[in-house]
Design a protein around this ligand. Structure first.
Ligand code: AMP
Length: 116
């Protein structure tokens, strides 16, 4: 699946606008356009991996960097004390709509368990 086919690929190339929250060599974080919580940020690898089930062992370090970036976002957004939720939807059946791997960082409200 070509990265240029996804909205997030276009965002990475600057062809689509986004509200940046955090950026580094391997990851990029920006605000979700349709927030499901007061804070809703998406963290993506710059590498175009369609979904979490597509990662290989060679991506192990990158996945660590993705989690590190998600924590950094939570810290920047002031969520460290209150808590936050990280979500990865894998596949259409789980609600994934954009096929460029992304971690949702959600915070600023109470969260139910189990999730809907
Ligand atoms: P998922 O359902 O896990 O694939 O999540 C995709 C998320 O991307 C949804 O929460 C959308 O609101 C969000 N989204 C879609 N297009 C954009 C965009 N152009 N900029 C920011 N967020 C977007």
């Amino acid at each position: 699946m070509g990265d240029e086919e996804t909205i997030f690929g276009k965002i990475l190339k600057g062809e689509m606008p986004s509200q940046e929250v955090y950026s580094d060599e391997h990851t990029y974080a920006f605000r979700d356009v349709n927030p499901a919580a007061p804070t809703h940020v998406l963290v993506i690898p710059r590498k175009p991996i369609p979904k979490i089930s597509d990662i290989s062992e060679a991506d192990a370090e990158l996945m660590g960097r993705l989690m590190f970036a998600a924590n950094k976002v939570a810290e920047l957004e002031g969520l460290k004390e209150s808590g936050y939720r990280l979500v990865i939807n894998c596949g259409a059946g789980a609600g994934q709509t954009v096929f460029h791997l992304h971690v949702h960082v959600l915070g600023g409200r109470e969260f139910a368990w189990p999730p809907g």
